[in-house]
Design a protein. Structure first.
Length: 377
């Protein structure tokens, strides 16, 4: 485990940042009905209409809507028929993350460097142009059917990508205060965590920031293991989870059973005011996991003084944890799909660099309670 911030910085600096990554460019989800999904993400999560691609722009096989909030860009894509890889992805996985796009200075070099180190090509470097300039994109396969696309946009001044047009809407709910992607979590199958850890180290120059074993993440019934991978500048972090043996079926096993393979389990998004953000999301219909009220009995003893009113945190179900650098506040939605697969984490960091280890037991007990209600524990 990481004992201090200097050790944390050393591990991050040990990453061979040969790409390098400037941040998360966009996340693309393949969904069954993008037009209707847009309404959910706008109304419930506060995203704003940005761009569009579809029949009206000359694209015949799919439709994509781009939404934005803070530095977060979501692309919701649906197929226009039963054939093709988008339809096959949805048939197998349901709605879910297909593309985690990473912003880079040089998409061609990023592709060449990662493929040379063993990555399987997904998209050869491709120049896309319109009247606003050009974008270069390339891509590689990762766990399951998930891919990373490298996006080089320094010579582009359009709304999103060539082929997209600006979109406006008469339905414009206010944003809820989401700022940027904090991290994205992968669920992989038995024995695959180290394989994908090595992939990110060798192929993408990441470093293993934190490791949690089944002693760190376990309850009476279930357990899992996790390694947090970070790129060299710390802007992109990917925790990778795999199941561990327990008395009953873990959340990772449930995810893999319903998603039909490895995939992106949750997207952690940062806010500067988690109380306001969660209050708004709850008022708009977002459902959150709730821990037992007894969780709050010793929060201040465990975490020390905090700025927030503990009674309000308890009412909203927001969790608190502290490390050597400060504390964090976090909460997790229930799955946002009918399949118990993808969900969101809302996180506010007040100095803390960690991932809420002190909350693991209470959090996973609440997840188990949901699994029991679904009959999948």
């Amino acid at each position: 485990m990481i004992n201090n911030d200097m050790e944390l910085k050393k591990i991050v600096s040990d990453a061979e940042d040969f790409l390098p990554l400037l941040g998360t460019d966009y996340i693309e989800l393949y969904v069954g009905n993008a037009k209707q999904a847009v309404i959910y993400y706008k109304n419930c999560l506060g995203f704003q209409t940005m761009a569009y691609q579809g029949l009206e722009t000359g694209v015949k096989n799919h439709t994509s809507y781009v939404l934005q909030q803070g530095k977060i860009r979501l692309v919701l894509t649906s197929p226009m028929g039963p054939d093709g890889h988008i339809s096959e992805h949805i048939k197998r996985h349901g709605d879910g993350v297909k593309v985690i796009a990473l912003w880079v200075d040089d998409a061609t070099k990023s592709f060449e460097e990662t493929v040379r180190r063993g990555a399987k090509p997904y998209l050869n470097p491709t120049v896309e142009k319109d009247e606003y300039g050009e974008v270069v994109r390339s891509g590689i396969h990762t766990y399951g059917d998930t891919v990373h696309v490298f996006v080089e946009r320094k010579n582009y001044h359009g709304v999103f990508l060539p082929g997209f047009v600006p979109q406006t809407s008469t339905f414009n709910p206010d944003a809820v205060g989401l700022k940027y992607i904090d991290h994205m979590v992968a669920n992989v199958d038995w024995g695959e965590m180290n394989t994908w850890t090595e992939f990110y180290i060798k192929t993408m120059g990441f470093a293993n920031l934190l490791t949690f074993d089944d002693h760190d993440i376990s309850t009476q019934y279930t357990a899992l293991m996790s390694k947090v991978m970070s790129n060299g500048n710390g802007r992109v972090k990917f925790p990778i989870n795999e199941p561990a043996h327990g008395a009953k079926r873990s959340q990772i096993e449930e995810y893999i059973d319903f998603y039909k393979g490895p995939g992106c389990q949750h997207i952690a998004v940062a806010t500067n005011d988690i109380i306001e953000t969660v209050s708004q999301m709850r008022a708009r219909g977002v459902e959150f996991l709730q821990v037992p009220g007894s969780y709050y009995d010793n929060v201040l003893e465990r975490c020390g003084e905090i700025d927030e009113n503990l009674l309000i945190l308890k009412e909203l179900g927001i969790l608190v944890d502290r490390d050597e650098e400060g504390y964090l506040l976090q909460i997790f939605t229930k799955p946002v799909l009918d399949r118990p697969t993808m969900f969101f984490e809302i996180i506010q960091r007040k100095g803390a660099k960690s991932f809420g280890k002190g909350n693991f037991k209470a959090l996973f007990e609440s997840i188990e309670a949901e699994q029991a209600r679904r009959g999948t524990l």
